[in-house]
Design a binder for this molecule. Structure first.
Ligand SMILES: [Zn+2]
Length: 340
């Protein structure tokens, strides 16, 4: 098998070739998209390319790229001795990892990954024995060790409940696709006055079009502001993209309504982040695996070869080597031949 890193990962073997999470033009007619974050998607596909993705990823891609040259989305694919299947990667709602069973050997490409259970919506990645593992390493350094998810959610809940009791509204910030769904899942029961920023609303409507059960009672921020309801409906919870507290939008919410700002990110693990982002509370919740989770995945998959990609790929590969794994970083434009 040949593995090529360019704007994504390309795997080529006996009679098949698949591009994974490419962000630019690619030449294969089989593409795997693990999830619909912009660093994993491309609008530049060949005509009638077959795209392996989840229903959620398909809906989001179609929304972001309405002129995509293909409508050929599939969930799994099988021919002769080769089977491509998707399993939940635990990163976002609908994110998947790719499992390739080819002539009796197994390759797993994780995309962005997490093995922690983060509520009812997102199934965590469940590591499986494989021959070759291609694993993301965003937090692949020992300094990236985060507290347990439940602990941080409990800390945030206590703070939010306390503010709401004092009639103080809160703004909960995270990416509108990925983090936001974790926040709705864990915090929407705390208030009857839930508000979605327009960016969150747009993504939520797309996800609801795939699964009506995701719908819950919320108002749009625009509607609340235009009808001057933000004062009367206090205290509320506003779900917003993660932006700096110095941004005019948030400065207004603070000065007019005394709102408190919560950021949810793995980067909150570093005290400087809170000041850098000018927020009131940093809650350490990431949709990526931290260093120990990544190690756990590799140990459970117990592959003969590991390739590290994205983020701290060099550091994580050397940490794996120290632990006896046959690990290599995949850096840009690197081509490797390996045999299943
Ligand atoms: Zn992602």
């Amino acid at each position: 098998m040949k593995i090529i890193k360019n704007s994504g990962i390309q795997l080529i073997d006996r009679g098949w070739s698949i591009a994974c999470d490419v962000t630019r033009k690619n030449k294969t007619d089989l593409l795997f998209v693990s999830h619909a974050h912009s660093d994993h998607t491309t609008r530049h596909v060949l005509e009638n390319t077959t795209i392996l993705s989840s229903h959620y990823t398909e809906a989001l891609i179609k929304h972001f790229f309405p002129k995509l040259k293909t409508n050929n989305f599939v969930r799994n694919l099988e021919f002769e001795e080769v089977k491509f299947s998707q399993v939940s990667s635990g990163h976002t709602l609908g994110s998947t990892a790719l499992q390739i069973d080819s002539y009796g050997k197994r390759v797993i490409y994780t995309g962005d990954v997490s093995i922690q259970k983060k509520g009812k919506l997102i199934e965590p990645f469940r590591p499986k024995k494989c021959d070759t593992l291609i694993i993301e390493s965003t937090f692949g350094e020992p300094k990236y060790q985060f507290p347990p998810f439940e602990e941080e959610i409990k800390r945030a809940k206590d703070l939010i409940e306390d503010y709401l009791l004092k009639n103080i509204p809160v703004v909960l910030m995270g990416y509108p696709y990925g983090k936001a769904q974790i926040l709705y899942d864990n915090f929407s029961s705390l208030s009857d006055n839930l508000i979605l920023h327009e960016s969150n609303l747009k993504i939520q409507k797309i996800l609801e079009s795939v699964n009506h059960n995701l719908s819950f009672n919320y108002n749009s921020y625009k509607c609340m502001r235009e009808n001057n309801l933000l004062e009367n409906k206090k205290p509320w919870i506003l779900f917003s993209p993660l932006i700096s507290g110095r941004n005019e939008f948030l400065r207004n919410l603070k000065s007019k309504y005394n709102a408190r700002l919560f950021a949810f990110s793995g980067w909150c693990n570093f005290s400087s982040y809170k000041f850098q982002m000018s927020i009131d509370h940093g809650i350490i919740v990431s949709d990526h695996a931290d260093f120990n989770e990544l190690l756990g995945i590799v140990e459970k998959c117990n592959p003969r070869k590991v390739y590290t990609i994205y983020g701290s790929s060099l550091c994580f590969a050397s940490e794996l080597k120290r632990r006896g794994f046959n690990a290599y970083p995949l850096t840009k434009q690197k081509t490797l031949d390996f045999y299943l």
